[in-house]
Design a protein around this ligand. Sequence first.
Ligand code: UDP
Length: 237
Amino acid sequence: MGITYRRILLKLSGEALMGNLGYGIDPMVVQEIATQVAEVVASGVQVAIVVGGGNIFRGVKAASAGMDRATADYIGMIATVMNAMTLQDSLEQIGVPTRVQTAIAMQEVAEPYIRRRAIRHLEKGRVVIFGAGSGNPFFTTDTTAALRAAEIDANVIFKATKVDGIYDSDPKLNPQAHRYQSITYGHVLANDLRVMDSTAIALCKENNIPIMVFDLSVPGNIRRAVMGESVGTIVGG
Ligand code: UDP
């Protein structure tokens, strides 16, 4: 089986880096993710990553406790930069060249987000990690993933989750739950399936970007997904 996707946008939530800890970053988990990314980069796949920040700070939660929402969201975006730099370190420890680009300028620690430059890095085989979300409050890193995927012309978004795809009911509660092989954007939106937020899904729909929902904790899953194996559920047109 050949490589199905040449340029991928991997969306990692903050929780994906947290492992079983209640907060923050589990270095072992980050190393495992880096190993999976390194494997596909070695086979010539271009990888861009959008990383969330929910393991450190979530704007909505702080706002519900009384903080100004925009301020809280900016803090959330800054939290994602910590994750981006952690991921960068893990990847570089195993020899994968990377660049972090942030949507809020922090030039001492990362490049600013420059679309054409990001594409150039990818073409040179560097992993580009996008930090600070979209740079705008009231958005999410899922929406950022859809936006960046459209901007860099990614073939697919790999949405890493803790379950191996989308089910018609909760597989933890219903042993008969059925996993979809593929599903339409319309179905996800109409049934309010919690794959990514609706803004992100709508953006993918408009730009025809398929979303592969899969379980990142299974070693080798990024490689399998890149090769077109059915490791999860694909959301498409
Ligand atoms: N955020 C934002 N604008 C963006 C992306 C993120 O304001 O474009 C803020 C928002 O407060 C969010 C936080 O950053 O709660 C962390 O991102 P997110 O919740 O998407 O992370 P994840 O759920 O993927 O860990």
